[in-house]
Design a protein around this ligand. Structure first.
Ligand code: NAD
Ligand code: SER
Length: 315
């Protein structure tokens, strides 16, 4: 059974591809992206998600049975070119869903996001179903994507599964143009320079998750029996919620001299439109979701790994 990962060179794709290869074997997991990774990542294909015929050939040539469709343009970068963002994010997904139907694929994974939230969404403990009126092209494309996943499941029985990831924080890959990127950048700057200038205000509370938890949630969702998956739009999911000031305080427990200042930019308005915390009880009920990392545990793990990385990095 071969698996295709789109957007495999991104923050999540890099780690997800590695996890899938550990489980299924290197040759069985085909990584693809429009940017080649700068490390050995074979089997890797240059694959634009808008090139439907090429994706069809890849499915045939590699006898693909599952697709993890990560290719997307994220919330902040997406605002520089909203039409392109809609095209890549939504039309890319529609091609994958339609090819899943054509080839009767076993499963598709589609990551959704807290960016589907908007000003009308309840800010605290956001429920699974709520008013969603996203303010970004990225959020609109993901919300529409969730509905198309639901449609393809209801109408064509496609086994497509989805999670609304919060901001993802990891030490082994860099974020690619989102509004939650500060929560990764801050660790690199704290270790390298002892100082970080944050593009969000100190009290901007957002839902977040450590990469290890995000990968385990993805694995557990995809391994669950189909009868247990009652949500075919996307599951709410969360690990923790914090503000930049709280994260800085936590980092200071490990790096006492660390300083932070704040220069909010256009990403502040995006962050303000998202919820502060998430009710993910549906994921807990349906397939047993339990996060393992809180702010304290995540911070100390990030610092241990990144200190080791910068110590051994050639100058
Ligand atoms: P990323 O920006 O790091 O990676 C996305 C990848 O998609 C990039 O490597 C990019 O080159 C690729 N890509 C862009 N356009 C493409 C195209 N036309 N064809 C093929 N590939 C293309 O993003 P990420 O953080 O790894 O996110 C992966 C997925 O998870 C995305 O769908 C994103 O919406 C979702 N997600 C991420 C987060 C997060 O905090 N990282 C949170 C919620 C949801
Ligand atoms: N972390 C992502 C972003 O900020 C949420 O999808 O765009």
């Amino acid at each position: 059974m071969a698996i295709l990962v789109t957007g495999a060179n991104g923050q999540i794709g890099t780690i997800l591809t590695r996890m899938l290869r550990q489980k299924h074997g290197r040759e069985e997991v085909i990584a693809s992206d429009i940017i080649r990774p700068n490390y050995d990542d074979d089997p890797f294909l240059m694959l634009d998600i808008l090139n439907v015929q090429r994706i069809r050939e890849v499915i045939e040539d590699f006898e693909i049975r599952e697709i993890y469709h990560l290719a997307a343009i994220l919330s902040a970068n997406g605002e520089w070119n909203p039409i392109k963002t809609w095209n890549v994010n939504l039309n890319g997904l529609l091609s994958i869903l339609d090819l899943a139907r054509e080839f009767e694929l076993d499963k598709v994974f589609f990551p959704s996001t807290i960016a589907i939230h908007g000003p009308t969404t309840p800010k605290k403990q956001t429920p699974q179903e709520a008013s969603f009126l996203p303010t970004t092209a990225y959020g609109m494309s993901k919300l529409a994507g969730e509905h198309w996943c639901h449609y393809y499941h209801q109408r064509f029985k496609i086994d497509v599964r989805s999670l609304r990831y919060p901001g993802i924080i990891g030490h082994d890959s860099l974020p690619g143009g989102g509004t939650t990127d500060y929560a990764v950048e801050i660790f690199h700057e704290a270790i390298k320079k002892g100082h970080y200038t944050c593009f969000l205000e100190p009290d901007t509370r957002l839902p977040m998750m450590y990469m290890d938890d995000a990968m385990r949630a993805t694995r557990e969702l995809m391994a669950a029996e189909a009868e247990k998956i009652h949500v075919r739009t996307a599951y709410n999911l969360t690990g923790m919620s914090f503000t930049p000031a709280e994260l800085a305080d936590e980092i200071r427990k490990h790096i006492p001299g660390f300083t932070i200042d704040y220069k909010p930019d256009f990403r502040q308005a995006i962050a303000n439109s998202w919820s502060q915390s998430i009710d993910d009880s549906k994921a807990r009920e349906d397939w047993g979701w339990q996060p393992a990392y809180d702010l304290e545990k995540m911070t100390s793990d990030m610092i241990v790994h990144l200190e080791k990385y910068y110590l051994n990095k050639p100058q």
